[in-house]
Design a binder for this molecule. Sequence first.
Ligand code: ZN
Length: 486
Amino acid sequence: MSTKVANAAATDYEPVIGLEVHVELKTNSKMFCGCRNEFGAEPNSLVCPICLGFPGTLPVINRKAVEYLCKTGLALGCSIAAHSKFDRKNYFYPDMPKNYQISQYDMPLTTGGSVTLPSGKRVRLNRIHLEEDTGKNVHAGGRMAGAEYTLIDYNRAGVPLMEIVTEPDLSSPDEAEAYLVQLKAVLSALGVSDVKMHEGSLRCDANVSIRPAGSSALGTKAEVKNMNSFRSVVSALEYEIARQKASLAAGERIVQETRNWDEARKLTYSTRSKEQAHDYRYFPDPDLVPLSLEPATLERWRAELPELPLAKRGRFMESYGLSDYDATILSADIPTAVFFEAVVAASGEPKAAANWMLNDVPRALEKHGLTIESTRMKPGQLAELIKLVKSGTISGKAAKEICEAMVADGEDPQAVIAQRGLAQVSDEAAIAKLVDEALAANPDSIASYKAGKTKALEFVVGQVMKASRGKANVEIVRAALIKRLE
Ligand SMILES: [Zn+2]
């Protein structure tokens, strides 16, 4: 073994990760034309001469897309450029009918800013810029299987896209995931995107390198693409870090390149050496005027910003006494947070509302293929269920059954109780009669209890519950038994 190899093997390396996230903006129309911006339509049905790049057509900037990007920038503490411009990024690939993509090169709409993780760490942003999405190539039969031809769907070509680029501040795959979760929560709170990774409205590329632990120099990076879920981002980063460590340990050099993540084989493979910026021959788009933003407009947008997830989490902990963990989950998804707060307002029981919203409700939603937005259950119904448990009208077990029926069919809790005979028996006279019967039938248990075996009491409680077919209020049963035995 050469000295070089031995040294490399002995070195402790740390990963350095930067993420580039592409987010499709939820505008009504495309970035530079009037075509509808919609996912899942018939291929090539949402196109026009402008997004198909016909000669002589002129693009017009989508005002809403600029607003959405600036609101994202304002929420993340970025500097918004008073003046910016659009550039042509030239490349030849069939997914862009114009042979260039309109993007922003040296004057992005925002610079700086950061995303704060729940751990308190601030991940610095380099920039956020606005561009147009490309079309989608579909390799018939699959590229790996040796496709004979490729189909192209241009519905996505020209959809407004914002690219959010971090500084290389992330130091582990888990931290990269935490960043994505937090960014997604902010974008969802702002309402600027669907942020659905499986539909491609949020996509993520990662720049990964490793360096000797404690060093401040950056190693040669690989750009990893084609990750389709937060889970695959973590797996791809773990793989890539291990691959680079193994390369250095074997005395090899890391080359700057683009690598695709292969979800099925769980590995990354080299696709091409990375283009340099000059390969794209960027130049200002002569068909678009430079973009200037009025300070008053920015102030209006700032005033319109909603409460952001971390602020909401803090408020949930403070006002409702929730744990850090519960508050983080309930504040990360806006429809869930809105539903939760409506239940609290109607019931006055924040802890119970949080328990239902974190456990039985999501379980029932999943079982019936619903979401908190598609269920017919109303917050008032869940609030009523909470009150019925508290008053002892129904048992905790019956409440779970009722909750599922409410989630599935939007039924009122009282209706489910009446239909299924789930009301709890709290009538003391009725319970006293059952207690007497159980005592008469179980003299041995009574003797054991009197001899100090307290467990015998639970057996008799069980017998009473059985006789009531589970409907007796178990606390009243236990109290009545103890009273009779003393
Ligand atoms: Zn169009």
